[in-house]
Design a protein around this ligand. Structure first.
Ligand SMILES: Nc1ncnc2c1ncn2[C@@H]1O[C@H](COP(=O)(O)OP(=O)(O)OP(=O)(O)O)[C@@H](O)[C@H]1O
Length: 324
């Protein structure tokens, strides 16, 4: 590397990836510890909505503490020096790991462990009064020991403060398609889609356009997971059905899912004890859309192909990219 390369005391190494919002670089701190450094694109900082989302991600990542939420080590939410230092996951995001598998399916116990970890992270967020809004493999990181962490808190909001509704069409709950605000139950639905996807090898609802996906989520019932994968037990198949209930009130809570998944792994679920959230040292970000009525901001504009054509052919193509 020839360019001068330190930012806020972190020495920059190679590029790990590039998302809609930021460039992600491998970096090391003064003690030589490797981290992933998220650096917002210049366009992110110049568009208010995107800049606020990045600031929100920095603030909440540093504030929340949970073993299955991506851990933040330091960051600056706003301005030209904005950055976020988080745990480095050598295997990249889960969608990238899945793309490398021949049939996109993990062995059941590995999938159940990842899902139980995500259910645990959601239980914590919901307990804090927050909604994640973007649960999907793109935002999940798995360590070599098989333990998972949920990341990308850019769209996370506290229910008491209100927030702009958003989501990714493949993972978005029926009521959100219908214009309702997101909730803990819509996060559970997104987890249900992942449950289906990780054990069944495909997402339960597909479509070429936003409308097709909306119709599928609102009206269709996918084949049972136990039919798709004989290794899936009836109780886990039933759990997926419940998590994908069309009515939010019919879905289990994240904690009920966590307990059921741990039982499926042969473990005895225990109550979770939470570390206190860290008091933010950074300037609080103005809650997004506080005064605005809940407004659906789907990842794909209505009528458009939900899978961005320009990236479809690449091996790292990611159909869940959020549009700015
Ligand atoms: N902690 C990490 N460890 C290793 N690789 C990472 C990490 N975070 C991100 N990456 C890599 O960088 C890519 C881009 O990250 P990410 O999707 O979080 O970017 P973003 O621009 O913040 O998100 P979005 O596209 O949703 O706005 C990921 O797909 C992954 O390959």
């Amino acid at each position: 590397m020839t360019e001068a390369s330190t930012i806020n005391g972190y020495t920059l190494h190679r590029v790990l990836g590039r998302g809609n919002t930021s460039l992600v670089r491998l970096a090391s701190n003064a003690q030589g510890q490797l981290v992933a450094l998220k650096l917002p694109h210049p366009e992110t900082l110049s568009v208010q909505d995107a800049a606020e989302r990045f600031g929100n991600e920095v603030r909440l990542t540093l504030q929340f503490r949970h073993p299955h939420l991506v851990r933040g080590f330091g960051g600056t939410p706003f301005g030209p020096g904005a950055f976020l230092a988080i745990t480095y996951y050598p295997q990249g995001a889960l969608n990238e790991q899945l793309a490398d598998l021949p049939d996109r399916t993990l062995p059941p116990d590995q999938a159940l462990r990842i899902l139980a970890d995500l259910a645990s992270a959601l239980t914590y967020l919901h307990h804090q009064g927050a909604v994640h809004q973007d649960v999907k493999p793109h935002n999940v990181y798995v360590m070599e020991d098989g333990r998972a962490a949920l990341g990308d808190l850019g769209n996370t909001y506290f229910v008491s403060q209100g927030g702009k509704t958003s989501g990714s069409p493949y993972y978005m709950a029926p009521e959100v398609y219908q214009g309702e605000a997101t909730s803990s139950a819509s996060d559970v639905y997104s987890l249900g889609i992942m449950l289906y996807e990780l054990l069944g090898g495909d997402r339960p609802f597909n479509g070429h356009t936003y409308e097709e996906l909306m119709v599928a989520h609102l009206t269709r019932f996918p084949p049972s997971l136990t039919q798709l994968n004989p290794q899936v037990t009836r109780s886990v198949g039933r759990l997926a059905e419940l998590a994908l209930a069309k009515r939010p009130t019919d879905r289990p809570s994240a904690d009920q899912i966590r307990r059921a998944l741990l039982s499926a792994l042969g473990e005895t679920p225990e109550d979770e004890v939470y570390e206190e959230a860290v008091k933010p040292e950074v300037e609080p970000v103005r809650p997004m859309g506080r005064h605005a009525p809940a407004q659906v901001r789907p990842a794909t504009p209505p009528g458009a192909d939900p899978e961005p054509r320009e990236e479809r052919s690449g091996p790292r193509w990611n159909p869940f990219r959020r549009r700015k």
